[in-house]
Structure formats: structure tokens, C-alpha cells
Design a protein around this ligand. Sequence first.
Ligand code: PLP
Length: 465
Amino acid sequence: MDPALLRRTAEIAAEYLSSLPERPVRAEASLEELRSALRVGLDEAPRPALEVIEELVAVADPGLMGSQSPRYFGFVVGGALDSAIAADWLTSVWDQNGGGFLLGPSASVAEEVACEWLLDLLGLPADAGVGLTTGCQMAHFTCLAAARHRVLADAGWDVEADGLFGAPPIRVLVGSKAHTTVFAALRMLGMGSRRVELIAADDQGRMRASELERMLAAGEGPAIVIAQVGEVNTGAIDAMPEIAQLAREHGAWCHVDGAFGLWAAASPALRTLVDGVSDADSWATDAHKLLSVPYDSGVAIVRDRAAHAAAMNSFAGVEYIPEPQHDERYSAEWVPEFSRRARGFAVYAALRELGRQGIADLVERCCRCARLMAEELARDPRATLLNDVVLNQVLVRFATDGVNVTDEVIDAVQREGTCWMSGTEWEGEPAMRISVCNWRTTEDDIRRSATAILAQAGAVAQASR
Ligand SMILES: Cc1ncc(COP(=O)(O)O)c(C=O)c1O
């Protein structure tokens, strides 16, 4: 062990984090530059660890995206809290196998407690099963595996033992603006991404509950309904009270994609936005978005613990793993992995650093900053706001003389470097997505970014004359 290396690494990390407010948000190096800097040929002989790290930092730094920056608004990417970063470092240093109590007692209990806190904060049933996954996609996978187990078990089929060959078909009803990861999870579970029944959405991307009602009534058999709180472009929230009620009436499992939107439940001021969400059967969310845990950190929550464990448990009956005697936690019962990183430490630390009030403030601040961004941009006649800013997402389009120039504006803003966001297509046309998801972002960052975006929109307009 080389203490000098770990101290130097801590110094590098602190310097990096303190450079964020003024460092350009974009990555500076091109693909070719990074390939030629990193592809040095595999050494024959070992090298001193400190040298390896110093060199890695020197070549990687120009290609780092400033996704921890207070003015990074790309995709839906959270910034990491100090305690969560430190706990994540220690997770590597301690290097516990997070698979279960016997392999890492502290890891197992920290995870157990973090999971209890998550249920409490999100207003979900205290006895639900919880698994800490890599992200929301694997949280969908976990929850939908539990759903698949339950709806088929109710139809007299043991999917874990007998697979899907010859099983009763499962109807899967999904809003047409569901996130791509829902379809990926369905694909991996053998339920197919193409055979889903798509439910029409409104102009904000919300599933139409009346359409769901019609489609549910038009068929029969085991069914799973997949709703969403927080559409990736608009942040729109499905009508959960109606959707959960309809699913219940038709004996269908109701799963919710709440990657970021579920966190509204942690704020007394925003909670009513997700009314009815706790009536669902399973929920997938992320800790690496609004909760500000470093990548990667997702959360799968399932009301029916027995279905959850039946779908995931990979150690029951294995001769070299003793049965839990005191209900001690084995994460291998709740997630797809057997051995894994001890994910609970960083989640535990983030929840302790913020506390109930800190989390509510963080979520409310991100939503307030998104509204401010929308107001600032909407002052410019070239900008058209495309969404109702209900959460932390802003969707905007730029036009000059009736021509959509959004992609050009995004490109110019990314190159200029004050802030960074990416694009999407909305109603068949390019649009700019702005996601405020970082605990560091202040109203000043928003004003500074809005000024930079509008300056680039002006420059693009000038150039196109
Ligand atoms: C609504 C929604 N669902 C799912 C995901 C996927 O999350 P992850 O990247 O953690 O798998 C995202 C990512 O932004 C999202 O916005």
C-alpha cells in the first residue's frame, strides 16, 4: 500500500472539484486525441502505481465532461455530494463484497438502513422489497421480473422454474412516451419490446388514462401496466391515481418509472404532483440523479416482497451459503447480481448528509431553477417553450425567420463552454432539453447560462442572415 498515492489522489480530486465552477463544461479533447493519448500499448513490465495515476489524470483530464458542474444540464445527470464521493472511495478501499451479510456485515446493515430511509422518504410501503441496482434500467429489470413472477404465478405458471416457453401470454401496456430503458428491460426479460400495447400520450407525454381504460377492457389475461412520473424530455407526470386504480380493477401489476420524478415525493411542497404513486406495485428510480450519489446507483422497490425475492434470489438452497438466521440482508435476494459493489455506503452517506430537509430543498431548488431557466429563455422571441415546467426539465425550441435552428444553437452553446445541454426530437422537430439535476446549481448559474444560451442563439441568427 502506498499512502503517498492515496494522498496525491485525494489532492487531485479536491483540485478537480474546486475547478468546476470556472472550468468549461464541455470536454476539450477530441476522440482522436483521447485515443492516441490513452492507447499507449500494454506494458510488459509493472509500473509504479503513483506514476500510473499521474499519467492517467494527465491524459484523461482533457476528455472529462464537466457533468459535476453546476451548469451541466445534459440528459438527466446528478452531481455527487461530498459525503457520497467519500463513502464511494471508502467502498473501494474496504472492497467488501456487497452480496450479503456474511461477506460484509457493515455493508449489509448500511444498505438495510439506507433502504428503510428511502422507503420512508419516498412515502412507499415500509415492508416493500428494495434492491440497489446500477441504475434505473436495471431497477426496471428487477421490478418487472417481480411483476412477471406474480402475474404468471397468479395464472398458475412458475416462470422461474419453467421459463416463458408455453407460459400464458402477458399483456404489457406502456405509455407511448415511456423511456427507452423500459423497453430494454422488457426485451431482456423475454417479454419483447415490440409486442407491448402502446397507450397514446398527450402533448406533454402523459399516458392518457382514458386510453388505458379502453385498452385494458379490450383484452384479458395476466397484465402489467407501466406508468411514468417524470418524462425524460418534459418531466410530465402520468395521472397516477387513475392509472393505479385501473390496474387494480383489472388485476394488472402497476410499475412506475420514477427515475427522477419519484423524488417529488420527498418534498412536502411537491408531493401532490405524484399523488397516487404509492398505490402502484413497483417503482424504479435512481440515486445517481437527484439524490446526488456518484454513478452508478439505482433503486428497485417492490411492494410484494415474496415476488421480488422469488424473481431475484440467487443463493437460496446453495450449499455453501448459510440461510439467514436473523433476517440479515443478502442483496443477492433483491438484485440481479450475486457478487457486487457495496452500494449502500454511498446512498447511506448521501441520505445522512442531506437529511429529510436537505433532500426536499435540493429537489425544490432544481425545480425552481428549471422554472427560472424557462422564464429567462422565454424572454427571447426566438425561443419557444415546449413544456409545462412541472419538475426539473425544460424543453425549448429556437427558430430564426421560421426556421428551426435548435441544433445549431445547441452546438454553439456546447462549444462556447459556459454550460452544456443536449438535444432531442419533440413532435418530429429538434428541441433543446435542459435538465437541472445538480445540487450545486444556483439561480446565478441559471442566469449566467441563460445569458450564454441567448447570446449563442443571437449569433446563430446573425450567421444565418
Ligand atoms: C424517465 C427515465 N427513466 C429511466 C432512465 C434511465 O436511467 P439509468 O440511466 O439510471 O438507467 C432515465 C434516464 O435519464 C429517465 O429519465
